[in-house]
Write a protein that binds this ligand. Structure first.
Ligand code: FMN
Length: 374
């Protein structure tokens, strides 16, 4: 049986389930064209807003590395070290909607078989802002975008009614998604922040608003480390920092935990896995938890800006995986998607040694507690 890398997600047919996530790899027309040429099934554009943003002075992203033979962690480039994470405090696209108009349609015309998802963001403080979400949605779908992804997840916006502050508020998740759905003729993906206690609640609110899929995770709020020699943050502007977002290998296990909260609660809904993916083995975790697509940022940034080697590895890895399990009758993602979702259970349900009695964490008899009689 031949292997089939194609997949259908929110009704959209993709040549393969791998997309570049919304970030520097998808911030320009030339990058997106190169990404499609390299083989990515789709891209999510760098988040588009109505107004230009102004980024901080100096570097917007750096990479934290761990020494192979010690516990040293530092952003300093050095031999014998491996990538730990990316750290960034970059805002959304510094090009306004007008810049993207014309370019999106040109990209879509050049690569009609590749999937172009427009990431968008507006405020949430009043009706005017809800209209801005609708303006962005209509403009991107008129340009031929296959879907929109609502950014409810950037951890470091300079305005309090934007980004992860929307994703932390269940009412706003519903209200903004619903406003977008009123005008959307294309699927609506919602990218949630991982910075809440139970992300399944914000997912539920977004689904209630009409979301067709949830994407997660964006980066995790974090600080750069302080250099022990200079006593300065490794990344700063004139000595000052502000919390930014952690991505890359360090967030893979955390992001999987967030994803599992959602996929086990909503096994029939659609999810796009993001966070720490560089190889097929990483993406496989998300697929086995129930995700239908996987998105990549940090690994692609470090591989010629758009990840030609990363996508080659993902495609080769998936082909080899399907060949390896051909005898199980698996020839596409749908055949193994979600297979490990039911293996995540409450701690009290994990087996204890047989010789020890276990009562789910409670004493069998309530020793030490007074029995109250009426
Ligand atoms: C420099 C940088 C800029 C980013 N910009 C955006 C953005 O504009 N919109 C968005 O939804 N996510 C943005 N992200 C988050 C990524 O899309 C992705 O969710 C996150 O980096 C986790 O994936 P990774 O571990 O593969 O990097 C950005 C990430 C980085 C590192």
């Amino acid at each position: 049986m031949s292997t089939d890398l194609t997949t259908t997600f929110t009704g959209i047919r993709l040549q393969n389930p791998f997309l570049l996530s919304s970030a520097p790899p998808t911030e320009s027309e030339s990058n997106i064209l190169r990404a499609f040429e390299a083989g990515w099934g789709g891209v999510v554009t760098k988040t588009i807003g109505l107004h230009p943003v102004v980024n901080v002075k100096g570097a917007k992203t750096k990479f934290l590395r761990a020494d192979a033979d010690s516990y040293k962690l530092s952003m300093k480039k050095r031999p014998n070290s491996a990538l730990h994470s990316s750290w960034n405090w970059e805002l959304i696209s510094d090009k306004p909607l007008d810049w993207w108009i014309g370019r999106l349609s040109r990209i879509k015309k050049a690569y009609p078989e590749h999937i172009l998802v427009a990431s968008i963001m507006a405020g949430s403080g009043n009706d005017k802002e809800l209209n801005n979400w609708q303006t962005l949605t209509k403009a991107c779908q008129d340009e031929g975008a296959d879907a929109v992804e609502l950014n409810f997840s950037c951890p470091h916006m300079d305005r309090v009614d934007m980004g992860s502050n929307v994703g932390k508020d269940k009412v706003l998740c519903s209200v903004v998604t619903q406003a977008v759905k009123e005008v959307a003729r294309i699927p609506v993906w919602v990218k949630l922040t991982p910075s809440t206690t139970d992300i399944a609640q914000e997912a539920e609110a977004s689904f209630r608003g009409g979301a067709d899929a949830i994407s997660s995770s964006n980066t995790y709020p974090s600080l750069p480390l302080i250099d022990a020699d200079s006593l300065e943050f490794e990344m700063n502007v004139e000595g000052y920092v502000s919390p930014g977002g952690l991505g890359g290998p360090a967030i893979l296990p955390q992001s999987l935990a967030k994803m599992a909260q959602m996929t086990s609660r909503f096994p029939d809904k659609e999810f796009s896995g993001i966070g720490g993916i560089a190889t097929f083995e990483h993406a496989l975790n998300y697929f086995l938890l129930g995700c239908g697509t996987a998105q990549v940022c940090t690994a692609a940034m470090l591989d010629q800006a758009i990840g030609p080697n990363v996508i080659r590895g993902l495609l080769d890895g998936m082909t080899a995986f399907l060949e390896k399990y051909a005898d199980k009758g698996w020839n596409c993602l749908e055949d193994f998607r979600g297979l490990r979702r039911s293996r995540i259970v409450p701690h009290s349900q994990i087996k204890r040694p047989e010789q020890l009695e276990y009562h789910g964490g409670y004493e069998e008899e309530h020793e030490g507690y007074a029995v109250v009689s009426s």
